[in-house]
Design a protein. Structure first.
Length: 309
């Protein structure tokens, strides 16, 4: 196991690699847009592939023009067929998510592969998710791990977290908790709140690092501040129990409220129990039942059971 300072040493070397890769990518982007061989079977578009890609993004996002996802799909298709790799990745995302077109995981996986092969690291990450889930392509955790690694090294923060999860579990790769934590730290430092959350969980349990409740509190706080409802709930539990921080039921209630508002249904149940018991808050049976119902309606059995008691 490694202490946090030791993890930082590993992380610095990893960041150096990411910076080198990103720098190389940046140099290329200033000179040219990543391209692939045009599809010879496609019908030539009235606009250039680069213009089609730019117009597609505008129609997809509704920037400067009315949002028109169907038109975006058509234009991304023209740009992709014309050899613009990023457009293939963008089109893949629309097929994967069913935006502007009927959802088609197999078509999405093919487009992500085409884009990933020429350096669209976001597409590599999406393809890794599909390989991990077996959506649109054969389930293959080893392939998913390799794709997440490629994307992580290319600067996609969430891919570092996803790679870390596979490394932590030993899924498709050798199990290595210490390496997993270094990947979480890399992701967290790059702005992925899930990376902060997973790193916090590791410090709380002492998995892959020397246990440090103080570090766990700091990381949960970072995740919560970054918009992670689960991070807020976990931080609330630390305040409720006085673990790694001075005990404060009031602070715990505030954090669980924030988590519940952010759709963390377990936080809604825990908060409901406090209102039912009048622990840290004024007892409010109606409020408690409302919180239990919210969790129950979202599919959490625990919330449904709490309503019956």
């Amino acid at each position: 196991m490694l202490a946090r300072g030791q993890v930082s040493v590993m992380w610095v070397s990893s960041v150096a690699l990411v910076v080198l890769v990103a720098a190389g990518a940046g140099c290329r982007s200033r000179k040219e847009v990543a391209t692939i061989a045009p599809d010879p079977s496609s019908t030539p578009s009235a606009v250039s592939p680069r213009s089609a890609a730019a117009q597609a993004s505008a129609f997809r996002d509704g920037q400067g023009v009315p949002r028109d996802e169907g038109k975006a799909v058509s234009l991304f298709g023209d740009a992709c067929d014309g050899g613009i790799a990023k457009a293939c990745g963008d089109l893949g995302a629309m097929f994967a998510d069913g935006v502007g077109v009927t959802r088609d995981p197999a078509r999405a996986a093919s487009l992500f592969q085409r884009a990933c092969d020429v350096g669209d690291f976001g597409a590599c990450a999406r393809l890794g998710e599909m390989a991990h889930a077996g959506a649109g392509t054969t389930r293959d955790e080893g392939r998913a791990a390799a794709l997440f690694q490629q994307a992580c090294r290319g600067g996609v923060a969430r891919a570092c977290t996803q790679q870390g999860n596979l490394v932590m579990a030993g899924a498709g790769v050798v199990k290595d908790p210490a390496r997993a934590v270094s990947l979480y730290q890399m992701a967290c430092e790059a702005g992925d709140v899930d990376g902060c959350l997973d790193e916090a969980l590791a410090y709380e349990s002492g998995t892959g690092v020397t246990q440090s409740l103080g570090d766990a509190v700091d990381l949960y706080d970072r995740a919560c501040t970054g918009g992670s409802a689960e991070g807020c709930r976990q931080l609330g539990e630390m305040y409720e129990d006085g673990r790694g921080v001075a005990r404060s039921v009031t602070r715990g209630v505030d954090l669980w409220t924030r988590a519940c508002d952010g759709a963390d249904n377990l936080a809604c149940v825990e908060l409901g129990r406090l209102y039912l018991a009048g622990h840290g808050v004024r007892a409010d049976h109606e409020r408690a039942m409302s919180l239990f119902k919210k969790a129950c309606d979202a599919g959490m059995t625990m919330g449904c059971d709490a309503m019956k008691r």
